[in-house]
Design a protein around this ligand. Structure first.
Ligand code: B12
Ligand code: NAG
Ligand code: NAG
Length: 135
């Protein structure tokens, strides 16, 4: 009886782990590419990850801790973080430069993000393009 009970418990535990836990503990791997279309300086590519349904902002914060990637942002009350600078290079409204956010999906299509880094939730193998450009 006791053995039967613990076996059932073990089975339940395994099932719970497989069905509920694994999607939440897996990482959404992405790459982050930093490019400059104004001075056409060299590009940098980083490997990073978002957590399950986590934001790009979180992935960038984590990358900043672990790699030589660096960014600053200002907070907009409604739209969240606005990326001001990446790797020491800052956008400047007087020169009409900014860091543009694009996403290359695994099938190769490139999307201009319609939300900022705080709202964008990466999906697996997204290539995040931070493109220094003019408007
Ligand atoms: C002009 C504008 C810009 C300009 C702002 C500079 C300037 N000199 O004005 C530029 C070209 C830099 C810009 C960039 C982006 N923008 Co814009 N922008 C606008 C727009 C058309 C008007 C904003 C405005 O002047 N409002 C009037 C003033 C009085 O209000 P304000 O609150 O002070 O305005 C400031 C903020 O809107 C801020 N801002 C502008 N865009 C964004 C985006 C984010 C994520 C944040 C946090 C702040 C922010 O800049 C304004 C001036 O300081 C709005 C759409 C709209 N009609 O509101 C989109 C809008 C705000 N932008 C948007 C987006 C998505 C972006 C980008 C992420 C686009 C991209 N893929 O790169 C980038 C930001 C990337 C980054 N570095 O973080 C979205 C935000 C939606 C959301 N929930 O996140 C909007 C609503 C347009 C849309 N797609 O629907 N943008
Ligand atoms: C995600 O990246 C990590 C570290 O680079 C790697 O060990 C893991 O296998 C990757 N996951 C998938 C599903 O590709
Ligand atoms: C960066 O932005 C400029 C202007 O929008 C564009 O011509 C260029 O192709 C962009 N670069 C990338 C890598 O998307």
């Amino acid at each position: 009886m006791a053995i039967h009970f613990s076996l059932s418990l073990l089975l339940l535990l395994v099932l719970c782990t497989v069905t509920f836990q694994s999607p939440h503990t897996s990482h959404t791997n992405i790459t982050i590419v930093v490019t400059n279309s104004v001075t056409s300086g060299p590009s940098r590519t980083y490997s990073a990850y978002a957590v399950y349904r986590g934001s790009l902002f979180g992935a960038m914060k984590r990358l900043q801790q672990s790699d030589d990637f660096e960014f600053t942002y200002s907070e907009h009350p409604d739209y969240g973080p606005f990326v001001e600078s990446v790797n020491g290079l800052a956008g400047d409204f007087s020169q009409r430069t900014y860091w543009q956010l694009k996403i290359r999906k695994p099938d190769g299509t490139i999307i201009l993000a319609d939300v900022g880094v705080g709202c964008y939730l990466p999906t697996f193998n997204d290539e995040i393009i931070l493109n220094f450009t003019t408007y």
